[in-house]
Structure formats: structure tokens, C-alpha cells
Design a protein around this ligand. Structure first.
Ligand code: NAD
Length: 261
């Protein structure tokens, strides 16, 4: 069965991995709902580009993923506009790095809300429709940090381990309803976020670009290469396909061997 005509909601899709996933589903013929923060004109440009390039409908919803009522409205608006939410990609996420004793409480709360609780709220709102139609795909962007830890990332690592647990639990609940639930766990992905850190790190540590990439960013990644956003998006599309109908409750690593070490 082709994905054409289905509706995909991708949270945090105004940049990076989420935008690549939204575009990949649009390329398959899905109508897409994009979400996230950023410059209004730039978001509108991306939205219309998706519509023109892939001949689908693309809607933008600015729901703040730390606000449960806005998250519920995002799902309900998508259902109203397109008739259903068939594919739900929980991707919005932020990072904050600090020793645990200095970690600001409000940053902890914000990361748990955006990186973990938002996925509960979207799932909570989207599952009744998926169950009724006996088809659905829920794909969560987790991280290598859903499997292993790094110091100074207590909230992020806790949220990503939580996403892995939520994925398994909901997969079991929906196993007989034609709805699969999986997470993708990338290592370092080349996104604008990562790219922008390089010049500052070069200056701060007096290193070349290559040294920053290999000795700072990619120390943990055996292939010494970044994952690309298109590789993550291709896996998301595969997980939505019929070929993946027996993959559920899985946490699939795409980390250049990081978690094998
Ligand atoms: P990014 O900063 O490029 O994208 C994050 C997206 O989330 C943006 O669209 C942003 O506007 C949106 N967002 C942030 N806060 C939001 C909020 N409160 N409400 C709605 N949207 C919000 O980052 P990315 O690297 O593409 O990350 C996407 C996901 O991938 C995150 O969950 C991240 O943890 C995960 N991830 C990234 C990497 C990496 O190396 N880049 C590795 C593993 C996992």
C-alpha cells in the first residue's frame, strides 16, 4: 500500500531532522503538518515549497510542544483539515548541558515537557483515530542517549530513555490495531544546530574544523562521520511502509556504531 494520501504530522519540523522527515513523507505523497518555531516568513517559504515540489497539501501549526492544550489542538486541527492523522512523528527536542547540581529546575522541566511529555500528549490525542481506522504509524525521534548516557545531560538523557519506554509501552497496547510504534536513535546528525557550533568551538579550543569534528564532536562515533538528516528521514519512511508492519516497539540505532562500543 502506498503512503500517498495519508496525513503525516511531524513535530519540530521547521528545521533539521524534522524538516527532512516532513519533506520525505511529502515526497511519498502524504499531506503534511509541519510544526516548530522560527521566522514566520522562512516557515511559510518551506511550507509552500513542500506543496509545489511534491504536489501535496502542507499545513503549519505553531503549537508549543511544552503546552498540552496546544498539542491536543495540533492533532485535532490536523484531523479536521485532512480527515485523519495516519503518521505521527514525535521529533521536537531541545538540549541543555550542565552539571546536575547546577542544572536549572526550569530547564529540566522544559526538556522533560518538550522531549518526552509532548509525545504522550500527541499520542493520547491521535491514537483514537488510528485505532478506529486500524492503521497508524508512530515514530519517535529518540537518540543514542535513549540507550546510553553522557555526563551533564541529565534531563536530555532521562527524557530520551523515557521516550524509549513510552515507545515500547504504546507498541504493546496497539499491537493488534495495525498501529506500529517505534523509535529511531540517531548519533550525531549534521543539522544546522551542530554546524553552527563548529566556528565557536574552533576558536574556544584553538582547533581546526577537522579537529573539532573528529576529536570533539565525533569522538564517540566509530565511523567518524555524521548521520545525515536524509538518512534518518529514509528510515522513518521505511517504518511507515507495509514492509515494516511487523516492526513495532523497536529502538533502531543509526549512530555510526556509537552504541556498539
Ligand atoms: P533542530 O534544533 O534543528 O530542530 C528542533 C525542532 O524542534 C525545530 O523545528 C524547533 O523549532 C522545534 N522546537 C523546539 N522547541 C519546540 C517547542 N517548544 N515547540 C515546538 N517545536 C519546538 O534539532 P535537530 O537536531 O533536528 O533535532 C530534532 C530531534 O532529533 C530532537 O528530538 C533531538 O533530540 C533529536 N536528535 C538530534 C541529534 C543531532 O545530532 N542533531 C541526535 C539525536 C537525536
Amino acid at each position: 500500500m502506498s503512503l500517498a494520501g495519508k496525513t503525516a504530522v511531524v513535530t519540530g519540523s521547521t528545521s533539521g531532522i524534522g524538516l527532512a522527515i516532513a519533506r520525505a513523507f511529502a515526497k511519498e505523497g502524504c499531506n503534511v503538518v509541519i510544526n516548530g518555531f522560527g521566522d514566520a516568513a522562512a516557515i511559510e517559504t518551506e511550507r509552500t515549497k513542500i506543496e509545489k515540489e511534491f504536489k501535496v497539501k502542507a499545513a503549519y501549526e505553531g503549537a508549543d510542544m511544552s503546552k498540552p492544550a496546544e498539542i491536543a489542538a495540533l492533532i485535532h486541527n490536523a484531523e479536521k483539515t485532512f480527515g485523519s492523522v495516519d503518521i505521527l512523528v514525535n521529533n521536537a527536542g531541545i538540549q541543555f548541558v550542565s552539571p546536575v547540581e547546577d542544572f536549572p529546575t526550569e530547564k529540566w522541566d522544559q526538556i522533560i515537557a518538550i522531549n518526552l511529555s509532548s509525545a504522550f500528549h500527541t499520542i493520547h490525542a491521535a491514537v483514537p483515530g488510528m485505532k478506529a481506522r486500524k492503521w497508524g504509524r508512530i515514530i519517535n525521534t529518540a537518540s543514542a542517549h535513549s540507550l546510553i548516557a553522557s555526563p551533564f545531560k541529565s534531563a536530555y538523557v532521562s527524557a530520551k530513555h523515557g521516550i524509549a519506554g513510552l515507545t515500547k509501552t504504546v507498541a504493546l497496547e496497539l499491537a493488534t490495531f495495525g498501529v506500529t510504534v517505534n523509535c529511531i536513535s540517531p548519533g550525531y546528525v549534521w543539522t544546522p544546530l551542530v554546524e553552527k557550533q563548529i566556528p565557536d568551538t574552533m576558536k574556544a579550543r584553538n582547533l581546526t574544523k577537522e579537529q573539532v569534528i573528529n576529536d570533539v564532536l565525533l569522538t564517540a562515533q566509530p565511523t567518524k562521520q555524521f548521520v545525515t538528516v536524509d538518512q534518518v528521514a529514509a528510515l522513518a519512511v521505511f517504518l511507515a511502509s507495509d514492509s515494516a508492519s511487523q516492526i513495532t516497539g523497536a529502538n533502531i540505532s543509526m549512530d555510526g556504531g556509537w552504541t556498539a562500543a
